[in-house]
Design a binder for this molecule. Structure first.
Ligand SMILES: [Fe+2]
Length: 254
């Protein structure tokens, strides 16, 4: 059967190949194209669009924060939202077949999506837990915090230390669905050390851009201003709505 030298392939083999195999090959290639087109269409139909929220009501209204500081910070937030939409758009056309862990466009887009989506969401949580009408923390919140910290002051000191220890990133008080306890977490950048299964309750931006205009590199002075404008009522609302869904506790990490 093996061909040697100038031996020719028998004609009937060529006919069998042409009649039986070529249509199969064509069908495989076509269905592959259709499957890829279907996948792309489904992905494009599901590409979400994020709308930036309006935080201009805070400009010039927070004690210790200039209008310039807040409006420039808000501009950065809007850029994260725009990037999320750009990346989601690009993902609809990304080549899923060449995705790989070393380098691929698909991987890069997914990594940057996490960075920008967290960048958008964390800023929304941050601006939302600042208020021009400061009130002391409600007793209900203090009591809930004191279930997991020795005292309210202990909690504040731990959060302050968390902020001091965080790099360009975030200090976040969060409810951990796994054990039903409240912790302060560090997030570096927007997507490094992000704890899983945790609902953010209070979010403090520790990137220099959050305070450089008003405080230079004095993060301590900035954190003092943050605490003087923190909306503890929003934190309590977030905690209450978290506890309403704490049946997740029973299902945690299942
Ligand atoms: Fe920021």
């Amino acid at each position: 059967m093996f061909l040697r030298g100038k031996q020719k392939i028998p004609e009937h083999f060529i006919k069998i190949f042409a009649i039986q195999l070529i249509p199969v090959l064509v069908m495989c290639l076509t269905t592959g194209d259709i499957a890829m087109a279907d996948l792309k269409e489904k992905m494009s139909m599901k590409a979400p669009t994020l709308e930036a929220k309006d935080f201009s009501y805070l400009f010039d209204k927070l004690e210790g924060f200039s209008k310039n500081q807040l409006s420039q910070h808000n501009e950065l937030y809007e850029k994260y939202v725009a990037k999320v939409n750009e990346i989601n758009g690009r993902l609809t056309n990304a080549d899923v077949m060449s995705a790989n862990q070393n380098y691929s466009e698909f991987r890069s887009l997914k990594v940057e999506l996490a960075h920008n989506l967290n960048g958008a969401v964390l800023h929304e949580l941050y601006f939302s837990n600042l208020t021009p009408e400061y009130q002391d923390p409600p007793r209900e919140l203090v009591e809930m915090i004191e279930n997991d910290f020795a005292s309210w002051n202990d909690y504040i000191e731990d959060l302050r230390a968390t902020g001091a220890a965080s790099r360009a990133g975030w200090a976040v008080t969060g409810y951990n669905y796994r054990d039903g306890k409240i912790y302060n977490f560090i997030i570096d950048q927007h997507n490094i050390h992000v704890p899983s299964y945790v609902r953010p309750l209070l979010v403090m931006d520790t990137w220099e851009h959050a305070f450089m205009i008003d405080y230079g590199i004095d993060k301590k002075a900035y954190m003092k201003a943050f605490f003087a404008n923190a909306d503890w009522n929003v934190m309590l609302e977030r905690l209450k709505s978290t506890l309403e869904t704490d049946d997740l506790l029973e299902k945690s990490t299942r």
